[in-house]
Ligand binder design. Structure first.
Ligand code: PMP
Length: 404
């Protein structure tokens, strides 16, 4: 009932930190691209857990893999081997075209891990003087919210009031390879970049950006680290968004969809000449590489290799972009993206992104604003053509209403 919704929200507000401002919807069940709230109302999920639910809610194959493992063994810690570990890391490394995997849990934890690896690689392999390593990052980035990772965020909410900050990062404008060329020097261990910036509003860089970063990193002996936590694992219709640019990074950071929407699973994937800098005791996690995570992660790899998801994502993306392009000038002032992943800028004279999200939730479509007047669409890759059209109909109607 409506009472149970307001009671839930009141209790959540009273007893949890206010570091989020959720839409007033209390979800209880999910299947595929649809979720149901505590009143029984159904919503189409156009956010998909920020791309953690690429394979849909309660994907039967992923649930099966998790359930089989739940009956066997769930946690060992890395003090021992577990029988799910080797098949998983071998499969994930092969999927990405690298030798080795460093298993972690959340996205930001894998980003932190990549930073540690890059610094150590800088000292031990490149010969950067101890303590001097720098990492070049892009403006508008989102890599997570730990103390080190916010140190190079320009998002005022994420950054302000949480200092002192971790030194050693140089921020240059996203998409500007010349600025990267100027920022790097002999202390630079890595360039850390999102191949497409998700939280910034699905920002696709100029086509020569990543190839030029690749060349710079090759010439100056710098690791190119691609944070594909949101862009990877099918979101753009390929395993990795870097594939669209025709380049390979030296290390990939993966997360979100790697856990199948079931549990947090993340990883740094790289060759052994990079991950080999870590010796026992220098990095780790109680939960990273646990048997349940490995069983789910391995099934995610199998779905990407054998399932229809990548081809479906490409088809869905074409259909989505063809239609949202038509909203330009009719409530939208810009549209960006690749595959079934889009950033839409609403005419700020009409509504904020938040207002648009509220209106869409009333109509049964769940989306999220990223900032200001930008919203992001990232539906499950399993979304049917009919459901896509229905969801876009709702967006079109709300934009028409607002423009009236
Ligand atoms: N990197 C990127 C590119 C992301 O989009 C996110 C999450 N939005 C993260 C890292 C952080 O992931 P998590 O929330 O799992 O820590």
């Amino acid at each position: 009932s409506a009472d149970s919704v307001s009671e839930h929200i009141a209790a959540a507000t009273a007893h949890s930190a206010h570091n989020y401002k959720p839409l007033p919807v209390v979800l209880a069940e999910g299947e595929g691209a649809w979720v149901t709230d505590v009143t029984g109302r159904r919503y189409l999920d156009f956010l998909a857990g920020y791309s953690a639910l690429n394979f849909g809610h309660r994907n039967p194959e992923l649930l099966g893999a998790a359930q089989r493992q739940l009956e066997r063994l769930t946690l060992t810690s890395r003090a021992f081997h577990n029988d799910q570990f080797a098949p998983y890391v071998r499969a994930l490394a092969r999927l990405v075209g690298k030798d080795q995997v460093l298993p972690m849990n959340t996205g930001v934890e894998a980003v932190e891990s990549a930073i540690k690896v890059a610094r150590k690689w800088g000292y031990e392999v490149k010969g950067v003087p101890e303590g001097a390593a720098t990492i070049v990052v892009a403006g508008g980035n989102f890599h997570g919210r730990t103390t080190t990772v916010i140190s190079f965020s320009q998002d005022a909410d994420a950054y302000t009031g949480f200092g002192p900050y971790t030194p050693g990062f140089r921020v240059v404008p996203y998409g500007d390879a010349d600025a990267v060329a100027e920022a790097i020097d002999e202390t630079t261990a890595a360039v850390l970049v999102e191949p497409i910036q998700g939280e910034a509003g699905v920002v696709v860089p100029p086509t020569d950006y990543l190839p030029r970063l690749r060349d710079l990193c090759d010439q100056r002996r710098i690791l190119l680290i691609a944070d594909e936590v949101q862009s990877g694992l099918g979101r753009t219709g390929t395993v990795l968004a870097c594939e669209h640019a025709g380049i390979e990074a030296d290390a990939y950071v993966l997360g979100k969809a790697l856990g199948g929407g079931i549990l947090p699973v993340s990883a740094v994937v790289a060759d052994s000449d990079v991950l080999g800098v870590l010796q026992p005791g220098q990095h780790g996690s109680t939960f990273g590489g646990n048997p349940l995570a490995c069983a789910v992660g391995r099934e995610v790899v199998r779905l990407l290799e054998e399932g229809p998801y990548l081809a479906d994502a490409r088809r869905l993306g074409e259909k989505l972009h063809a239609r949202v392009q038509g909203f330009l000038g009719r409530g939208l002032v810009a549209v960006r993206g690749l595959g079934p992943w889009a950033g839409l800028d609403v005419d700020p004279a009409l509504a904020t992104g938040r207002q648009l999200c509220e209106r869409l939730a009333e109509r049964g479509v769940l989306v999220k604003d990223t900032h200001g007047s930008t919203i992001r669409l990232s539906p499950p890759l399993t979304l049917s053509a009919e459901d896509l059209d229905w969801g876009l109909d709702q967006i079109e109607s709300v934009l028409t209403e607002l423009a009236r």
